[in-house]
Design a protein around this ligand. Structure first.
Ligand code: FAD
Length: 438
């Protein structure tokens, strides 16, 4: 049998998807050069400075179900136990009147764990608890899949309001970064299925104990370097071309780079910008223009080191802030990260006003003093909007050109725009190249 030749691959974009593709291709003996337009790698999951602290452009949360992400971190020799805080799912949601919703999964096998957790839930009528359990059983019966996609709001139409408000809505916003009115029920069900019906630890919350650069970017760079790959930072690619023999990337200074394959690993909007200059991949361009985007806003607030939360992550109901994380798990005592998913009036406020509103909410709920310092980060295009029937617009890794491939959290996947979708896309894309004839 003849051994397949090693291909040369140019990757445009050094987010989690592009880095994963680089690792997988190098692991399989291919040559990789990665161009990243920014001065740092990581893309939408990158590290920023806040005073003496290193924080992230947004507080990220992983799930036990993120199988491919965890195996990629393993490939890069990341010590998972010292880098990720693994907690059995416990959803503590507090509202401004200090009423709490506290869902705790026990040790039972899935999905019994979630059913028992709901039956034991305090502060919600028995009728509402039974209705929720019957709903979960019905979802299991239909294998967490609807023949015809609909919105999460319609999926939940017979659920008790209190359970929607305190559980389903915050969960949907956190997972899909899209309102329940607009979210695709099928994508939401995929997340529920993988988290609640497989193994008990699939629903575990994994909170990074280190910044995202230390978690993945630095180990990935080291892996790429040790396996002979090249990374060029601050190199924006402005045009791509192909001919019968190779594919070509052209940078902002007019330099040309040739390879057997090109992977476009930018966000959907930057990929569209890159393709706008050419008649290449018209079908891909038609799909990408259909995608809409949703923001994520993270407000870091510094309090005295003695201030802490009862759980690393607490939901906030009827507040502007949606989830609050106590960064003491990163040895940043007194530093809180408040996350607001999806669009809303908060995006119209100036940063100082928004930080003050959040600080006031936390004073009301927890009795804390005013925050000493704040940092507001708004990512306007944090994720694509996971609309009903969004699957129609998510392109495959393969394109109309045999030499150009797409990878990123937006390509066809069972998952919404997440680290796991990005990593899965990077793996899939590299395997398509490994198995291609060029
Ligand atoms: C604030 C925030 C919070 C989030 N929270 C979570 C969470 O809790 N859990 C979770 O799983 N996911 C979360 N996500 C989503 C997750 O971060 C993304 O899904 C993931 O990082 C996307 O990776 P990617 O590689 O597909 O794209 P990107 O990260 O966008 O990477 C694309 C890279 O390509 C580069 N690039 C683009 N164009 C060019 C060009 N022409 N030339 C060279 N380089 C180029 C860009 O600079 C960028 O570095 C969050 C995202 C944000 C923004």
């Amino acid at each position: 049998m003849t051994k397949k030749k090693s291909s040369s691959v140019i990757i445009i974009g050094g987010g989690w998807s592009g880095l994963t593709a680089a690792i997988e291709l190098l692991k399989n003996g291919h040559q990789v050069t990665l161009f990243e337009s920014a001065k740092q790698l990581g893309g939408r999951a990158r590290c920023v400075a806040f005073g003496k602290h290193r924080v992230d452009n947004g507080q990220h949360l992983l799930l036990g179900a993120y199988e491919k992400t965890l195996s990629t971190l393993n490939t890069c020799n990341v010590d998972l136990s010292s880098s990720l805080l693994r907690k059995q799912l416990r959803l503590l949601v507090i509202d401004r009147n200090k009423q709490t919703f506290n869902l705790k999964l026990g040790q039972l096998p899935a999905p019994l764990n979630i059913l028992v957790a709901f039956l034991n839930l305090k502060g919600i009528s028995l009728n509402a608890r039974i209705k929720t359990c019957l709903f979960l059983i019905k979802l299991r019966f239909i294998s967490f899949n609807l023949k015809q996609d609909t919105s999460v709001k319609i999926l939940l139409r017979n659920q008790p309001n209190l359970v929607i408000e305190r559980f389903w809505e915050p969960l949907c916003l956190a997972a899909l970064n899209t309102s329940i009115e607009d979210s695709s029920a099928n994508i939401f069900l995929n997340v529920l299925k993988d988290s609640f019906t497989t193994t008990p630890d699939a629903s575990d919350l994994l909170i990074p104990k280190v910044d995202l650069a230390s978690l993945f970017v630095h180990p990935a760079m080291q892996y790429i370097d040790q396996h002979g790959g090249n990374i060029a930072l601050g190199k924006k690619i402005v045009k791509v071309e192909t001919n019968n023999l190779s594919a070509m990337a052209i940078d902002v200074d007019g330099n040309n780079y040739n390879a057997d394959h090109l992977i476009l690993a930018g966000s959907p909007s930057s990929t569209l910008n890159l393709l706008n200059n050419s008649t290449l991949l018209e079908q891909t361009q038609k799909l990408l223009v259909q995608l809409e985007y949703e923001p994520i806003c993270t407000i870091y607030l510094q309090y005295p080191a003695s201030i802490s939360l009862p759980e690393p992550m607490v939901g906030l109901s009827n507040c502007t802030g949606q989830w609050i994380f106590d960064r003491s798990f990163c040895n940043q005592n007194g530093l809180m990260a408040v996350v607001i998913s999806a669009s809303g009036d908060h995006m119209l406020l100036d940063k100082m006003t928004l930080a003050q509103i959040i600080s006031d909410e936390l004073t009301d709920i927890f009795g804390w003093p005013d925050a000493e310092k704040s940092l507001v980060i708004r990512e306007k295009r944090a994720t694509f909007k996971a609309n009903v029937n969004i699957d129609q617009y998510r392109p495959d890794n393969a394109t109309s050109s045999d030499r150009i491939w797409l990878c990123g959290d937006y390509t066809a996947s069972r998952y919404p725009a997440t680290l796991e979708a990005a990593v899965q896309s990077g793996l899939q894309c590299s395997h398509r190249i490994i198995n291609s004839t060029y």
